[in-house]
Design a protein around this ligand. Structure first.
Ligand code: ADP
Ligand code: MG
Length: 318
């Protein structure tokens, strides 16, 4: 049985799967994932027990386009089902390439993806105020056309870019498959991929669950996952070195070892963009407040150092 204290949740950002300038062919995504899993294999080879989660923004965007464009031939699926599709797709790619990489290194290990539902509160204020942009940009005409058939959609203008759907981004409360994930992770051998794309958002309905049209932030879901498996480290990998103050301004300043109180103050000041850096910082704050030891936000290429608390913006210590 694994010493739970040594588990690390690694959250992969969009750049682990797709670069900004790429179209997103299957081959491009698979190649990026291979590069990422080679990095992960390095830390696994070094003896770390990791649990993997990942974003799905571009992939669910592409899925929505497929469903929209083919709506006359096959009925489109609701957003929760699209989330499930992307969990399966990305899980498949990560699973296969990580298994292959470990096998090449003579470290055969099972890698398993869990289709993960994440419970949100029906009364979460986010449902009254959708904020998360999702899917393709539309022209005004396309947006009007779409709105005729889907009166429930909220479509907003993004200055200079076109019209886009926005959905609620409720707070993750509980991982429905938590017990199963804990069991898998606890065997100390299986490498588990869970909560892809922040998990499939569900609400309580009668004695069960029902999917909802929403998107959960993957960094906040990663914190819930870390709590479920009793991880002592949460490592959020992205496309910047870490957290900056005055980001993008001439006087931007990297912060390498802030306290939780400092981070909370910076959140209050609005230092971090909503929907990108802010949820990462919030996840870090929650993780440490809930008893986690080390939380790091770092560039994907620094994963090895980040796990040791030697790169990125880190809070706490190991
Ligand atoms: P991911 O797919 O890794 O979640 P995001 O785009 O959601 O990536 O978040 C990372 C981005 O956050 C960076 O590329 C950066 O542009 C942006 N960002 C916003 N505010 C900050 C900040 N204060 N410090 C660093 N990065 C920031
Ligand atoms: Mg993000």
């Amino acid at each position: 049985m694994l010493d739970r204290k040594s588990v690390t949740v690694v959250a992969l950002g969009g750049n682990a799967i797709l670069q900004h300038d790429e179209r997103g062919t299957f081959d491009q995504q698979y190649k990026n994932i291979k590069d990422t899993t080679a990095r992960l294999a390095d830390v696994i080879e070094a003896g770390q027990h990791i649990v993997i989660t990942h974003g799905n923004g571009p992939q669910i965007g592409a899925t929505l386009i497929r469903h929209e464009m083919a709506r006359k031939a096959v009925p489109p699926l609701p957003l929760d089902a699209c989330g499930a599709e992307t969990q399966g797709l990305l899980g498949y790619m990560i699973q296969q390439s990580l298994e292959d990489e470990l096998y090449r290194r003579s470290m055969k290990r099972p890698v398993v993806t869990i289709v993960t539902q994440v419970l949100v509160d029906k009364n979460d204020p986010a449902f009254r105020k959708p904020t998360k942009p999702i899917g393709p940009f539309y022209t005004r005409e396309q947006a009007d056309e779409l709105q005729k058939t889907r009166k429930d959609l909220v479509i907003v203008e993004e200055k200079g870019k076109g019209f886009r759907r926005v959905v609620p981004s409720p707070d993750p409360k509980l991982i429905v498959e938590g017990e199963a994930i804990r069991t898998l992770v606890g065997d100390g051998v299986t490498i588990t991929i869970a909560c892809g794309g922040g998990g499939i958002p569900v609400v309580n309905e009668g004695a069960g669950f029902a999917g909802v049209e929403a998107v959960i932030d993957k960094d906040l879901a990663a914190e819930r996952l870390a709590s479920v498996v009793g991880a002592d480290r949460l490592v959020i990998l992205t496309d910047v070195q870490g957290v900056f103050l005055n980001y993008g301004k001439p006087d931007q300043k990297f912060i390498d070892h802030p306290s939780i109180d400092e981070l909370e103050e910076y959140v209050r000041q609005g230092q971090f963009a909503k929907g990108s850096m802010e949820p990462k910082v919030r996840a870090v704050i929650r993780f440490i407040r809930n008893g986690g030891k080390l939380a790091v936000i770092a560039h994907l290429r620094d994963v090895h150092l980040a796990l040791e608390g030697k790169a990125g913006t880190r809070v706490g210590s190991i």
